[in-house]
Write a protein that binds this ligand. Structure first.
Ligand SMILES: Nc1ncnc2c1ncn2[C@@H]1O[C@H](COP(=O)(O)OP(=O)(O)OP(=O)(O)O)[C@@H](O)[C@H]1O
Ligand SMILES: [Mg+2]
Length: 319
């Protein structure tokens, strides 16, 4: 019943109007064809305000937003783009750990908003990738410290200096999450293959459609893309998890990628290096590489949606 409700609601909301005025990815980087992103999107219009704001969001907690923000930011920086990664998770920051710069935080987001330091004093340059900078969330303040005018000023400054501003949203749909999505040009909606996650993503998609700055100013809508995270193809075959196709149908936004469950993610976080830096050495790293390619409009077939073929010995012993 819930499945049906979400599906009918979302499919009704997803019309050609949802993708109308599509300006992303940039014309030069657009894929000639891809089975995943919408091939028939209308002519592209360039953004007018400098850098592009990409918000990684979900509604539900613990689905992989920060993991995704770190890998997307690093992946874009590795491609030569200047990237600022912003942690909006006031009181529960984690992006600094994923990027391995937790010991170098002197000033944070709220310090900048309150005028206690300049933005460039709070931006931390990545030790390995000079194109990547991070602005940490405050660990000790309340989410309300993200004053809307202050956030707007910071985003505006970052747009003028960076190609991409990647915003790591907190869980939920309250103040912090709303601030993180408000300025978005592009939203990546992280969803795990379980109903509660799909339902929370559905809610977040509606909020972004109606309450973003683009919606308020009646400009082209925020481009929303689905990223399915922590996917376990074996469990999908056993029907213990929703399939990527079902999730996409229910949410009705283009699928940017499927990131499999992988133990390398935790190891990478402990090392302070986003899992994308492992590249083809592990499926999760490779999946994030694919996501960056598609994000930049490159053709890249979908992987990691089918269970792995079992080897002869593991088949024999049932493992
Ligand atoms: N693809 C993955 N495979 C295995 N574990 C993952 C994967 N993605 C994320 N995780 C793990 O899931 C947990 C939550 O990840 P993460 O912190 O990125 O989620 P989040 O959505 O940012 O959480 P929160 O809502 O609390 O901010 C972490 O322990 C992380 O290591
Ligand atoms: Mg997080």
């Amino acid at each position: 019943m819930i499945l049906r409700t979400i599906r009918s609601h979302r499919l009704a909301a997803t019309s050609s109007a949802h993708l109308a005025g599509s300006w992303w990815p940039p014309a030069g980087l657009r894929a000639k064809s891809t089975a995943i992103l919408d091939d028939d999107a209308p002519p592209l219009v360039e953004p007018s305000e400098g850098g592009t704001v990409v918000t990684v969001t979900s509604g539900k907690g613990g689905v992989g937003k920060t993991t995704t923000s770190a890998s997307l930011a690093m992946g874009l920086a590795n491609r030569g783009f200047r990237v600022a990664a912003l942690d909006f998770d006031i009181g529960l920051r984690n992006l600094d750990l994923h990027l391995g710069c937790e010991r170098r935080i002197v000033f944070d987001f709220v310090n900048v908003i309150n005028g206690e330091c300049k933005l460039h004093q709070a931006l931390i340059k990545d030790r390995h990738q000079p194109n990547l900078h991070m602005l940490a969330a405050s660990q000790t303040r309340e989410k309300e410290a993200l004053k809307p005018e202050g956030v707007a000023e910071i985003i505006s400054q970052l747009r003028s200096e960076f190609d991409y501003v990647v915003c790591d949203s907190p869980a939920g749909i309250e103040h912090g999450a709303q601030q993180a999505m408000f300025h978005a040009d592009i939203a990546l909606v992280c969803t795990n293959p379980e109903l509660s996650s799909v339902r929370d993503s559905d809610k977040m998609i509606s909020i972004i459609q109606s309450k973003s700055r683009r919606a308020e100013e009646q400009r082209d809508p925020v481009q929303q893309y689905l990223l399915i995270t922590r996917y376990e193809a074996e469990k999908v075959v056993g029907e213990a998890m929703l399939s990527a196709a079902d999730i996409q149908e229910m949410l009705g936004i283009p699928l940017l990628g499927v990131v499999p469950e992988g133990e390398e993610v935790l190891k990478s976080t402990n090392l302070g290096r986003p899992v994308i830096t492992q590249g083809a050495e592990c499926d999760t790293g490779a999946a994030y590489e694919d996501v960056v390619k598609r994000f930049l409009g490159e053709e890249c077939p979908l992987r990691f949606t089918q269970p792995k073929e079992k080897g002869f010995l593991s088949g024999l012993f049932g493992k």
